[in-house]
Write a protein that binds this ligand. Structure first.
Ligand code: SAH
Length: 374
């Protein structure tokens, strides 16, 4: 992470104007249930139904500019905006690729923490990849975010706002392909979503709550990706939100996974996969197994066979990701022929597999690389 993101001790007598680190993000209507929003408005001495109007502006009209809320008396707009739609983040950079259909935004949160989101438009869908934490504490050695450690958890509203920002760009026609909507959200940006469980579940509710109380998305279009925090996977299965679970496996054997996904020393592959099968049974959703192919590290034929053996017969799908090398890393993506052989062996073993397309590679598509460079 960049210098300005490291807390610096002020010299004696020096005045500091930077916000304290890890300070709490402002409360926003997207943090609240519809009932809580009404309470917040009533506490201002304003009619509770104003909360529903502001929710409609935010979630249905994607409009947080109070001056345009023409159904609300002008004298009340600023007070309502102050308690319900305080600014949460500012875009500091936007990079585009694929003729503008891939757009990565670097956001600065109210306390200076940096996070990234990516919009990817395909012919049949638009996927927003969002961050759930500033930084990450999971320390996976191949991941750019992992190198910098955890700065702080994001709030529900900070997570939701990334999706709303993408929805705004699409609605405004700023993304080639005409006006559109966000159909999918993947929690594959910075952070370990299940390590920020409460805020992430709150965000899942706001994304799927019916408009205008929320964005009204289908849970089927949402994927939560995790290193495999077993107790939290079980909790998520009990939430009754049928989102897709993705497990970042990256190795079929504990010896290697201990090094690639260090949390594996706490919950072993067999425990993680058991929790995943429980999740599949509870939600009837096919679990996705993420596997970044790293040359000569985890891409051997015998590991493909072992992976197939562990997954065979389950409600599962393997997503192979060619490693996106992080700056200074000794690792690189697998050879084409090894990737092909890996796919062939999984298929021969009866496991559904796809190789992820590598959108936005030239704009540091891999999580955390843009923030790391800033
Ligand atoms: N903490 C969550 C979300 C992280 S990012 C998780 O680990 O699942 C989403 C996916 O990108 C994860 O599978 C992660 O392992 C993978 N990933 C991280 N860095 C990568 C890189 N340099 N190349 C390819 N995939 C990477």
């Amino acid at each position: 992470m960049a210098d300005h993101d490291v807390p610096r001790r002020p010299a004696p007598g020096e005045l500091t104007f930077t916000a304290p680190r890890r300070s709490k993000p402002p409360r926003h209507l997207a943090d609240l249930t519809a009932a809580e929003r009404r309470e917040a408005v009533a506490a201002l001495g304003l009619p509770a139904f104003r909360a529903d109007q502001v929710s409609r502006h935010y979630f249905a009209r994607l409009d947080a500019d109070a001056s345009s809320w023409s159904d609300i008396p002008a004298a009340q707009r600023d007070d309502l905006a102050k308690v319900l739609t305080p600014p949460l983040m500012t875009a500091v950079r936007e990079l585009t690729a694929d003729r503008g259909t891939t757009r990565k935004t670097l956001w600065r949160l109210h306390d200076g923490a940096l996070v990234e989101s990516v919009l990817m438009r395909y012919p049949d869908r638009v996927t927003m990849c969002v961050s759930s934490q500033a930084g990450c504490g999971m320390n996976c050695p191949f991941c750019a975010t992992g190198q910098a450690g955890l700065t702080r958890n994001m709030s529900t509203a900070e997570i939701v706002e990334q999706v709303v920002a993408g929805a705004r760009q699409l609605a405004a026609g700023d993304v080639p392909g005409g006006p559109g909507r966000v159909s999918n959200v993947v929690f594959m940006g910075m952070g370990e979503p299940l390590a920020n469980y409460k805020a992430v579940v709150g965000a899942l509710h706001r994304l799927t709550d019916k408009a205008p109380g929320g964005l009204g998305m289908s849970a089927r279009g949402i994927t939560v990706s995790t290193v495999g925090l077993v107790p939290r996977i079980k909790d998520l299965a009990a939430e009754g939100l049928p989102v897709t679970l993705a497990v970042s496996l990256h190795a079929p054997d504990d010896e290697l996974r201990d090094t690639l996904v260090p949390v594996n020393t706490r919950w072993k592959i067999s425990e993680v996969l058991d929790a995943a099968w429980q999740y599949a049974a509870a939600t009837k959703r096919r679990v996705s197994i993420e596997y970044a192919l790293i040359k000569d590290v985890n891409d051997q034929a015998w590991r493909a066979d072992l992976l197939a053996k562990r997954l065979r017969g389950k409600l599962v799908h393997v997503n192979l990701i060619p490693l996106n090398p992080t700056p200074g890393s000794k690792w690189t993506a697998s050879r084409r022929e090894d990737e092909r052989e890996f796919v062939r062996r999984l298929e021969a073993g009866g496991v559904a597999v796809t190789v992820r397309d590598t959108r936005g590679r030239e704009i540091d598509g891999a999580c955390g690389q843009l923030a790391a460079a800033e």
